[in-house]
Design a protein around this ligand. Structure first.
Ligand code: FEO
Length: 408
């Protein structure tokens, strides 16, 4: 076996998943930003090797991690023995290493969905034929069989699941994944709160716009009669116990049922908008709703998106800077608008010096997101006084009253 120079120096190991399936992915401990999504706990790019008659690689890794993947593959087989490659998802964190893998391995066949075939050819120069597959199609690996299920828009048009019948493994690409680097491969080896938070964060930041498709998939999945013993997503840990738990989380989150909980997202220049935010939050709390203050000096857009998933109220405070929304608020509002949250009430507020445009602009954005507006924007000139803060407290009470009505 001839190894590439960089992999000759590596002793990284594959990890056994089932009798015939091995994890041969890469762990990215250093990534902090995944196309705008903050990944404080890093991530993994999971790839899997099926040791069937036709040795099959399921997905690859992000391009810079190709040597890590090849080192892990080399710990169990000569990579040139790979016969087939299945690409479940063409986003470059799973396909970036594919063209070079094809060059090194020279597989007999490559499988992808019809859209996957198109996307891979659009991203890369791949001369080899890609065999398109669709829901209901199967491919024989000799002594084993893989079934395909297209999962369009979860979360790209090309996305699909592959199910290895004999080992009962569902390779689910991004779905049921999370950005979490760990020395532990299985979810049952990781603290439950960490799993829940990172899975919820992943859903909110990646899948929230496709909640309807998630609901449909959850309804359709039993019809495929899959006996899933291992759920193997392309990011984060694999599930071999309590698989129904994470599927149940997806059913819950995709329903976007609002809770009696408000988030007050704000930034401040000279503490006036912060003063307003605290009084509004106190009004919400004292009227019987849960509330979290989210100052953007301390938290980022991914955190806001995660909290917004279950919140019933989005309350947004921006000071006016040069006749505009404060830049951190513009960033967050642009981001969460793209995630198309449903079933929210909301209101805008903010302090200003002379123009006072920001709160009105925030109000316009909330309306464009189909947020049900509780009241006109609450604006205060320079520093709010005691009577002004009383108005903020009363606004909080009004938000809570609407929220309790909507969520009872
Ligand atoms: Fe992990 Fe959509 O790629």
């Amino acid at each position: 076996m001839v190894k590439e120079v960089s992999e000759m120096e590596s002793f990284l190991q594959a990890v056994k998943v089932t009798e015939k399936v091995y994890w041969v992915g890469a762990i990215d401990w250093a990534i902090k930003d995944f196309h705008g999504y903050s990944t404080e706990r890093g991530t993994t790019y999971n790839a899997f090797l099926i040791l069937s008659d036709k040795i099959t690689l399921v997905d690859t890794v992000k391009a810079p991690f190709i040597d890590e993947m090849f080192a892990r593959i080399s710990s169990i087989i000569d990579p040139s023995k790979i016969d087939y490659i299945i690409s479940n998802h063409s986003e470059p964190d799973h396909s970036g290493a594919l063209p070079e893998t094809i060059r090194r391995v020279k597989p007999q066949k490559i499988f992808a969905s019809l859209m996957g075939e198109k996307n891979l050819k659009a991203h890369y120069s791949i001369d080899q034929e890609i065999t398109p597959v669709k829901t209901g199609d199967s491919v024989s690996l000799g002594n084993m069989t893989v079934d395909f299920i297209e999962t369009r828009m979860l979360h790209w048009p090309d996305s699909m699941f592959s199910y290895l019948r004999e080992e009962k493994v569902l390779f689910s690409q991004d779905a049921f994944g999370m950005h979490l680097a760990s020395d532990r491969l299985f979810a049952d080896e990781i603290e439950h709160e960490v799993l829940y938070w990172e899975a919820e964060k992943y859903f909110a930041n990646i899948l929230m716009p496709y909640s309807q498709q998630v609901q449909k998939l959850a309804a359709d999945l039993p019809g495929f009669n899959l006996d899933i013993k291992t759920l193997a997503p392309d990011h984060g840990p694999l599930w071999r116990k309590n698989i129904s738990e994470i599927i149940g989380w997806y059913v819950d989150w995709s329903a976007q049922k609002p809770e009696n909980f408000a988030i007050v997202v704000y930034d401040t220049m000279w503490q006036s908008t912060a003063l307003m935010a605290r009084s509004i939050a106190d009004g919400i709390k004292n009227s019987g709703s849960r509330v979290e203050l989210i100052p953007l000096s301390a938290k980022d857009r991914s955190y806001v998106a995660t909290k917004l998933l279950r919140a019933g109220a989005l309350v947004v405070g921006s000071p006016t800077l040069n006749n505009n929304i404060f830049p951190t608020l513009s960033d967050v509002l642009t981001y969460v608008k793209g995630l198309r949250p449903k079933n929210k009430i909301g209101v805008a507020f903010g302090s200003y010096g002379w123009g006072g445009e920001a709160a009105k602009q925030v109000d316009d954005i909330l309306k464009s997101m189909d947020v049900e507006i509780v009241s006109e924007p609450l604006r205060m000139k320079y520093v709010p006084k005691e009577n002004d803060l009383k108005k903020c407290f009363e606004l909080g009470a009004a938000i809570s009253a609407t929220l309790r009505e909507k969520t009872k």
